[in-house]
Design a protein around this ligand. Structure first.
Ligand code: NI
Length: 152
């Protein structure tokens, strides 16, 4: 495993749409392992592949309930609303309030290509939305009403 460099918001790669993963091979597993290690090293709750320079639909999340690996994730259902501060490892020192669904259901594949679904509420729902946005080239900065340097 290795810690990878996290690209910051100035990098055009963060604005690009990611391609689906087609091969569930050792290269994918290495990417997933490295992304988890990089996320933990930086005290993040989520990381998307474009943040380490890879334009593939791969996400890791840990909101304190254990590591979740998502390959080719899609949100299949959402309900309710929440408004909370959000940040991003690619936008250090910037926070903004973003409206997100309170609950979401995600359908994804695991590292072996097996399809599963996972429900998330509150912070986990937010993390699902934020990371899947990254795969579409969307940063939370575009969704927040106001960006601040510290959470109020
Ligand atoms: Ni982010």
């Amino acid at each position: 495993m290795a810690i990878r460099n996290i690209v910051t918001k100035e990098d055009e790669i963060l604005r690009k749409k990611c391609r689906p993963v087609e091969k569930f091979d050792e290269r994918l597993w290495e990417l997933l392992d490295d992304m988890a290690e990089t996320m933990y090293q930086n005290d993040g709750v989520g990381l998307a592949a474009p943040q380490v320079g890879i334009l593939r639909r791969v996400v890791v999340i840990d909101t304190g309930e254990g590591l979740i690996e998502l390959v080719n994730p899609v949100i299949t259902a959402s309900s309710g609303n929440q408004e909370e501060y959000e940040g991003c490892l690619s936008c250090p020192g910037e926070f903004g309030i973003v409206k997100r669904p309170k609950k979401v259901t995600v359908k994804a594949q695991d590292r072996h290509g097996k399809t599963f679904t996972r429900d998330g509420e509150d912070l986990l729902a937010r993390a699902f939305c934020h990371e899947i946005d990254h795969l579409e080239g969307i940063l939370f900065l575009e969704l927040a009403d106001k960006i601040v340097e510290e959470k109020e």
